[in-house]
Ligand binder design. Structure first.
Ligand code: BYC
Length: 309
């Protein structure tokens, strides 16, 4: 083993952050660029389902809050693209891979937001699931990713709270509002569980990622934590969970839950979900329509450099 490799292994073992200029195995770098890139894409694609309700928010306060949340997500995308760039993952290249479908983004954003309740439920369940995953990633072995996660988690906690608060308002409302909330929970519950990825035994990347401490907690353990955290919140709203197999296990101290529809998950991550086509089309259109902004930014920075020279 080379001295560089020994030094890398020691850092992983002793939980000393790996930094951009450190030597790292090719596979470690590639795995990080893949995961961080997909994470960044999820943030920017995740803006679309919520933006669908911006012009129809039920009050000015709700509109302002939603707008701020969506802007935060753009910011999260930027932190993450920057973290990928420290590994040599060029932003333009990663973005194009997302637009052509070569790189993935989270399955959850291929479902439609059909009612206002979906905006609350996305904030509460989707950001809630994202936080469970991202809190663990605050201890990931690559320094820039871990530091981005700390800041993102602070903002995501706010998102989760605003989502729950919006759901609370519906749960305290009319019978129609309660029914709208229940319908939304019914549609988002299972896709939220899918966010954590395939079962550990079916996850091709997990073993390496756990050994390198890129992932600190397995897909199944994170999913279990999310279920354990969330069941009480659903019940506190007076709502139900669309899972006849859900039950508390006194011995393990965890909820048991039913089998996820993995066929549906696989369809969605391979481009055949309800909204995959629409999401990528919207992103491609925005990329093309924004070409003049990128050109203007480059021209402006060249001019600035000429003036400074
Ligand atoms: N969706 O071996 P596995 C947010 C893919 S956004 C799509 O377990 P890994 C928010 C996986 O990529 C939150 N694809 O993979 C934003 C792999 O395919 P490739 C986004 C999935 O990487 C706006 C294959 O399946 N969070 O917070 O070890 C509004 C096999 O899986 C999914 C992150 O991105 C999925 N759900 O583990 C509101 C967190 N699951 O790449 C909220 C960072 C799996 O080999 N990412 N795949 O072609 C991770 O923690 C890990 O990448 C995962 C998957 C746990 C997601």
């Amino acid at each position: 083993m080379s001295s560089e490799q020994t030094s890398f292994e020691r850092k992983i073992e002793q939980e000393i952050a790996v930094e951009p200029k450190d030597w790292m195995p090719d596979g470690y770098r590639k795995t990080l660029v893949r995961q961080i890139g997909q994470h960044a894409h999820s943030e920017v694609v995740g803006m679309l389902p919520e933006a669908n309700w911006l012009t129809r928010a039920p009050s000015l306060r709700r509109k302002a809050v939603l707008l701020a949340k969506i802007q935060d997500e753009a910011g999260h995308g930027l932190y993450l693209y920057s973290a990928a760039e420290t590994l040599g993952g060029e932003r333009h290249d990663l973005y194009e891979k997302m637009l052509t479908g070569e790189m993935k983004y989270s399955s959850i954003f291929n479902y439609p937001t059909l009612s206002w309740a979906d905006v609350g439920v996305v904030g509460w369940l989707v950001d809630g699931a994202a936080i469970v995953n991202q809190v663990a990633l605050c201890r990931t072995s690559y320094g820039p990713y871990a530091r981005a996660m700390v800041r993102i988690c602070k903002e995501e906690s706010f998102h989760q709270r605003q989502g729950y608060e919006a759901c609370r308002a519906l749960a305290d409302g009319s019978e129609d509002q309660k029914a709208m909330l229940q319908d939304s929970i019914n549609r988002w519950w299972w896709p939220a569980l899918m966010m954590f990825g395939p079962n550990d035994s079916e996850s091709p990347n997990s073993a390496k990622s756990m050994a390198w401490k890129i992932k600190r907690v397995s897909n199944d353990d994170l999913r279990q934590k999310f279920v354990d955290n969330t069941v009480h919140q659903v019940l506190a709203l007076g709502m139900t969970i669309p899972d006849p197999d859900l039950k508390w296990n006194e011995e393990t101290g965890h909820y048991e839950f039913g089998e996820i529809n993995w066929d549906e998950f696989n369809q969605v991550i391979h481009g055949h979900g309800i909204c995959n086509h629409e999401r990528l089309k919207d992103k491609r259109d925005a990329w093309e329509a924004g070409a003049w902004v990128r050109e203007a930014a480059v021209a402006y920075s060249k001019k600035q450099m000429e003036c400074a020279a």
